[in-house]
Design a protein around this ligand. Structure first.
Ligand SMILES: [Zn+2]
Length: 300
C-alpha cells in the first residue's frame, strides 16, 4: 500500500512549476491499435469498454458491483441530472459559441415552463450564467484559458488503454486547465476512507483524474504539463479559484491507479466477481439480509 502524501501548504509548488520536457518519452507507437476516439463517440458505451477513464475507474473504486452493472447497461442510477447538466452548460460555453448554442437547443428542459419564470432559464442555469460571467470577465482567467478546447488524449497506463478529455490545452502544452463546479470552494467534505475532512478536490478524487490526464499528455506530447483546476462555486455570487495539485500527490495517484487496475480489469473481464459496497444505490436496491451485524459496524 502506498503512503498518500498530504500537503497543507504551498511547499511543493516550485517543484511543480519546474516543467520537465522530455520528448523521448512519447509513446505514439502504443496508441494506434484501438478504434479512433472522436468527440462524437467519446462517451459511448463501446468506447467505455475499450478505454479506461478516470470517471469509470472512480466508479469501480467506489463500488465494483454498481459500476459493472451500469457499464453492462443492467442498471441506471436515479441521480438527479441537473448538477451534471449545469456543469455541461458551463463547459459548452467555454468550448465555443457553437457548442453552447447546440447544448441549449438540445436541452429545452433548462427553460422554465411554469410560474413567474416561465420562458426564462431555470434558476440553476441562471446561476450557471453567473458562474460563466465571473470567469469570462476575470482578467487572469481570460489570459489563462487560451488554447485548444475539449482535447481528447489517449495512451497506455499499466498495459490498459486510457482516454481523457482536457477542457483546455494551450499551444505550449505547459499546463492544462479543467473547469470544476462545486457547492463551495472551501467547503469541508468528510473522507470516510481517510477518516478526515478534505476539499471537494479530494472528495471527488480529481487528483486521480488530473494524474491520469498528466500522464496521457506526457505520452502524447512528450511534456509534463501542470494540471490546474479552475473551480467555480454554485453560490450567489459565485466564488472562484485556480488550484494546483502537488506533483507528489499526482505521482501517488498514478501509482495507485496502476496498483488497483489489475483487479478492476479482472472484474470487467468477468474473471473476478465484483465486490458489493452494500451502501450505494445499486447495493441498497439489490440487497438481501445475510447476517446480524454489531451496532459498532453501522458508522463508517
Ligand atoms: Zn454498492
Amino acid at each position: 500500500m502506498l503512503q498518500m502524501p498530504i500537503r497543507t501548504n504551498k511547499e511543493s509548488q516550485n517543484k511543480q512549476n519546474d516543467l520537465n520536457i522530455n520528448q523521448s518519452q512519447t509513446k505514439k507507437s502504443q496508441i494506434s491499435s484501438k478504434a479512433k476516439l472522436t468527440s462524437r463517440n467519446y462517451y459511448s458505451n463501446r468506447m467505455d469498454w475499450q478505454y479506461e477513464s478516470p470517471t469509470w475507474f472512480k466508479k469501480f473504486m467506489a463500488c465494483e458491483a454498481e459500476a459493472l452493472a451500469e457499464m453492462k447497461g443492467e442498471w441506471k442510477p436515479k441521480r438527479d441530472p441537473t448538477a451534471l447538466l449545469v456543469g455541461n452548460y458551463l463547459h459548452s460555453y467555454f468550448q465555443s459559441r457553437y457548442a453552447h448554442r447546440k447544448f441549449k437547443a438540445q436541452h429545452p428542459e433548462i427553460i422554465s415552463t411554469r410560474g413567474a419564470t416561465k420562458g426564462q432559464l431555470k434558476k440553476e442555469y441562471q446561476m450557471a450564467d453567473a458562474m460563466i460571467k465571473t470567469l469570462r470577465t476575470d482578467p487572469m482567467f481570460k489570459e489563462f484559458y487560451q488554447g485548444k478546447k475539449e482535447v481528447i488524449v489517449r495512451g497506455e497506463i499499466g498495459g490498459v488503454m486510457w482516454k481523457g478529455k482536457l477542457d483546455c490545452l494551450p499551444t505550449n502544452h505547459k499546463y492544462f486547465a479543467d473547469l470544476k463546479t462545486t457547492m463551495g470552494i472551501n467547503k469541508r467534505f468528510y473522507l470516510p476512507d481517510e477518516r478526515r475532512y478534505g476539499s471537494f478536490i479530494e472528495a471527488y478524487n480529481y487528483s486521480l483524474q488530473m494524474a491520469v490526464y498528466q500522464e496521457l499528455v506526457r505520452q502524447q506530447y512528450g511534456v509534463q504539463a501542470v494540471p490546474v483546476i479552475i473551480a467555480v462555486s454554485k453560490q450567489d455570487p459565485p466564488d472562484k479559484a485556480a488550484v494546483s495539485i502537488p506533483q507528489d500527490l499526482l505521482d501517488y495517484w498514478l501509482e495507485r491507479v496502476k496498483e488497483l487496475q489489475p483487479r478492476i480489469e479482472a472484474v470487467k473481464n468477468g474473471q473476478e466477481k465484483p465486490h458489493r459496497c452494500e451502501h450505494c444505490e445499486y447495493c441498497r436496491a439489490t440487497k438481501h439480509l445475510q447476517q446480524i451485524i454489531s451496532l459498532y459496524d453501522l458508522i463508517e
